[in-house]
Design a protein around this ligand. Sequence first.
Ligand code: SF4
Length: 267
Amino acid sequence: MASPKSKKLSAPKNELPPGRRDGSNAKPRPSPARPGSLYNAAEVHEIFRRFSVQRPEPKGELEHVNAFTLLVAVVLSAQATDVGVNKATRALFKVADTPQKMLALGEARVGDHIRTIGLWRNKAKNVIALSQALIRDLGGEVPDNREQLVELPGVGRKTANVVLNMAFGQHTMAVDTHILRIGNRLGLAPGKTPEQVEQGLLRIIPDEYMRHAHHWLILHGRYVCKARKPDCPACVIADICKAQEKTTDVPAPLVELAPLGPPDEIQ
Ligand code: SF4
């Protein structure tokens, strides 16, 4: 397999380096993929190409059996770990994997199942309320569009983006704490709010990588570019990264990784 360092990163042929556009002798600078990003289009492409080699088929780590249980799991995952949510939902989804069954189970018994998850009382209310809304307004089906999803109790933009991406294969970017950090730390898509980072990433990530980009960035942030201390020697994009905190320019070997075990960090 070719070494990651062997690929020369340059702007696409039809883009002149900005420093030479006026014919001056100014030192050429890489052309940004889009305003705000520190990376040119070729660099962004190479970052995601490497992520795709590491994890050709990344999976979300929240267990679910259909779009409804995915929606419930994501609602429950706010301020909770995926592993904690999975422990609670394994038994819950065995008895209630549709809005109708969830409603029949009732708020008190849903609460019993999810008592180990933070904010469980409020979440039990929301799970029942969103089941009611799905049955009443949407024929019991999880909608495949953001407008209807964010109308459901307990469902915000991030939850809607996760469901649209994972259940319906749409090219959305759900910005969690890891992606917010990476967007800013690397200067990939700087922004003060999750929505600014979301819009920046949507603008620069090539279409061919959008299906899995959300998972790649979350996994990179969770296991390598960690909040307190990024593990730069283990990072396959260390030669491209422009983060001030990075500790090496030498990228880790680019190999396909074994599937991950359960996560243990707060989302
Ligand atoms: S080199 Fe370090 S700071 Fe840059 S992306 Fe990799 S882990 Fe993060």
